[in-house]
Every structure is written in structure tokens, then in C-alpha cells.
Design a protein. Structure first.
Length: 274
């Protein structure tokens, strides 16, 4: 039910990005038609630190926070707070994040109108402790290639979940339908993961459900350059390139699998909470 939108401050987009101030309102309005909500995934940019992220959060909340599709998460205390994913959060030291994300920090946003639920990225095992010390509310694994990193390896999700449960953190495992990025990273074929007609995706979803997370994130809806898209795909060929498709299956195979597992997840959660 939630789209997580990759976001840069205006003017700091990378060469593959649209102008954010044009894109975001269009996506918020489109989400409204389908009863979806939109959260923000703050990407790394030149000079990103705890001070600039503080400005980013204020900008996003002031500009989009009143929109009906702006996602707010209900905390255990009943507060409704926006949720922000911080990609490559490990690029900033925990002590710097703590200035922003802990209540005693020098420019804390806790208990201000800009408070939120902040999710850091776990790549290496040591990032568990770093994320805790930083003041994040939870962590996610992002990568769709099982075994690529400590965080993205399904076999480690139980360890990570136990750590999160012990430290009042949210664990958000990320699942994907497959992975192939050799078109942009020709040297990275060892991280390719075959879709196996949807079985890879279902294995990841099953692994995520096993650790009983509150949220599961999907990488991704439409990142074709890394072969993680779940959106509809039809056969397409250009002079230079043949796109991957889902044949012999229907173009919406992965949307149907997502729908099936989302329903399963909701039913499972009801059981866990009884």
C-alpha cells in the first residue's frame, strides 16, 4: 500500500533522475487515485550530512506533509509520523546522526513537528550497532541479491530481527524478484540472481515472513537497470538491446505474486497479534 520514492534535494539529482519538484506532486496525485500512500527514500548526494538531512526533512514535510497520500506510520504510542528511509546511511558517522535523531542531540528533531520514523540501511553486520547508536527507529536491507551483503542475506534475517527486538528497533527486510545489473556493471555477474519464473521472489517473501516483520519492503517496482522490476513487462527489442520479459508467463506475473503474498502477509500478521 505504500510507494517509497527515491528523492534528492532539488538541483542535486543524479544524471538518471527527473527534477524532483516536478515529479513528486504528480506521483502524490496519481497515488491518490489508487488509494496508495507515498514515503520518501533519501538518497546520498554531494555533501549530505545530519544538518542537510534535517533541512531535507523540513522541506519534504512542509511541502508535501499535508497531501492526503503522504504516508504516516502509527507508532506504538499512537502518534502518526512520516517514515523516511535513508539510503547508504552508513556514509555518515553514528555520532553525527545522533545529533539529529536522538532526543538529546544538538539539533534533534525528536518531539518537534518534524519528528518521524527513520530507517537506516544495514549492509555489514556492524551496521546493526551503528544504526542503534545513531538514533534510527529501524533498519532495512534494500538489496535484492540474496548473499550480496550481510543485510541482504536471508539466512541472517533472524539474527538481525532478534537484535532489533532486543533494542526496540523495527526490522524491514527487503525482497526482490531477481537481480541482474551487468548492463551497467559488467563486472558484477556473480551477484546476478535468476528469477526462476517467480520462485526466487516467493522464496524471499517466505524468508521475510518467517521473521515476522511489521513491514516488508520490495526492491523494486521499476528499476530495470538492476533487473528488479515487478511492473508489467512485455517483450521489447531495440537495435542494441533485448529487454528481459516474463515469458512464458503473463506480463503482470509479479504484480499477481505481490498481491497474493500481501494478502498472505496481512493474514499472518493478524495471527501474530492475537
Amino acid at each position: 500500500g505504500v510507494l517509497v520514492l527515491s528523492w534528492y534535494p532539488s538541483g542535486l539529482e543524479d544524471e538518471n533522475s527527473e527534477q524532483m519538484d516536478d515529479l513528486v506532486p504528480a506521483i502524490l496525485d496519481a497515488a491518490d487515485k489508487y488509494s496508495l500512500k507515498v514515503a520518501f527514500h533519501i538518497l546520498p548526494y554531494m555533501g549530505r550530512n545530519d544538518h542537510t538531512v534535517s533541512e531535507n526533512i523540513k522541506y519534504i514535510v512542509d511541502k508535501y506533509g499535508s497531501h492526503s497520500t503522504f504516508y504516516k506510520y502509527r507508532t506504538s504510542t499512537g502518534r502518526l509520523l512520516p517514515m523516511f528511509y535513508i539510503y547508504d546511511s552508513y556514509l555518515t558517522l553514528p555520532a553525527a546522526w545522533a545529533n539529529l535523531l536522538t532526543s538529546s542531540g544538538s539539533h534533534s528533531i525528536r518531539n518537534t513537528p518534524y519528528d518521524g520514523v527513520f530507517i537506516g540501511l544495514i549492509v555489514e553486520e556492524k551496521h546493526k550497532q551503528d544504526i542503534l547508536e545513531s538514533g534510527f527507529d529501524g533498519l532495512y536491507t534494500y538489496f535484492a541479491s540474496n548473499g550480496f551483503s550481510f543485510g541482504s542475506s536471508h539466512q541472517n534475517w533472524k539474527i538481525i530481527k532478534n537484535f532489533c527486538d532486543s533494542n526496540n528497533l523495527m526490522f524491514i527486510p527487503s525482497v526482490g524478484p531477481g537481480y541482474i545489473d551487468t548492463r551497467i556493471r559488467p563486472w558484477n555477474n556473480h551477484n546476478t540472481r535468476n528469477r526462476v519464473s517467480g520462485k526466487y521472489y516467493e522464496t524471499a517473501l517466505h524468508a521475510a515472513l518467517t521473521v515476522r516483520p511489521e513491514i516488508i519492503s520490495i526492491t523494486s517496482f521499476n528499476e530495470w537497470h538492476e533487473g528488479t522490476q515487478i511492473e508489467k513487462a512485455v517483450p521489447k527489442k531495440t537495435a542494441q538491446y533485448t529487454y528481459l520479459d516474463y515469458l512464458p508467463h503473463e506480463p503482470n506475473l509479479y504484480l499477481e505474486l505481490t498481491h497474493k503474498w500481501a494478502e498472505h502477509f496481512c493474514k499472518e500478521k493478524e495471527q501474530w497479534l492475537m
